[in-house]
Design a binder for this molecule. Structure first.
Ligand SMILES: Cc1cc2nc3c(=O)[nH]c(=O)nc-3n(C[C@H](O)[C@H](O)[C@H](O)COP(=O)(O)O)c2cc1C
Length: 185
């Protein structure tokens, strides 16, 4: 009887330990996930974001404007176009749709965008203000017609001093090797 009691106690311990280790493992792995989030108006950043997600073994998420940008919206020659109006208003925060439900799962977040007027489109501000980034590490990447990413990095670091924004890289012509180097693999 006593031996049976000891045996069943051990069995119980085993079961509890198994459950506990599953729980710890799933919590740890959930917090170690990597996300590649991108905004792309005409597909260039989307392409590199998709490749980056594969190389980084990350989930891919589109930062999707509630109202898609038309060609007329993107006309930077026109001061009245939507993008010109948004970019000349520091308070502009274009609405985002299809928000991510599980941002808390990610510890590392790559945020990609096209350079607009030498910096990040204001929808990227909407993105940073839509989630809790505490404890996360953020890397920026961009595509452009030739401008660097430097001003975007400077502007976003200044706007969000509490977010751990590490660095940024222009990935205009990035091949697999550069992407691997960027993600440290
Ligand atoms: C409104 C607007 C402003 C832009 N401003 C710049 C700029 O300041 N410097 C630059 O090199 N390219 C600029 N571009 C070009 C884009 O950065 C470039 O085409 C980018 O790769 C587009 O990415 P996407 O296809 O993901 O939207 C601008 C494009 C648009 C639509």
């Amino acid at each position: 009887m006593y031996i049976y009691f000891i045996k069943s106690q051990n069995k119980m311990k085993q079961i509890v330990l198994t459950f506990l280790s599953f729980f710890i493992m799933s919590t740890v792995s959930a917090q170690n996930k990597t996300l590649v989030a991108y905004f792309s108006a005409s597909g260039v950043t989307k392409k590199v974001a998709t490749e980056l997600a594969t190389v980084a073994n990350a989930d891919l998420h589109e930062i999707k404007p509630a109202q898609a940008y038309t060609n007329a919206d993107l006309d930077w020659h026109n001061k009245q176009s939507r993008s010109s109006v948004e970019m000349s208003d520091k308070k502009s925060r274009p609405a985002i749709t299809d928000k991510l439900a599980n941002m808390s799962d990610y510890q590392t977040v790559y945020v990609g965008f096209p350079i607009w007027w030498y910096t990040a489109p204001t929808i990227i501000n909407t993105f940073f203000e839509s989630y809790d980034f505490s404890g996360k590490t953020v890397y920026l990447f961009a595509t452009s017609g030739g401008s660097t990413i430097d001003k975007a990095v400077k502007d976003l670091k200044a706007a969000y001093p509490k977010i751990n924004i590490k660095s940024g890289r222009l990935l205009n012509y990035a091949g697999k090797n550069e992407l691997q180097e960027f993600v440290g693999k």
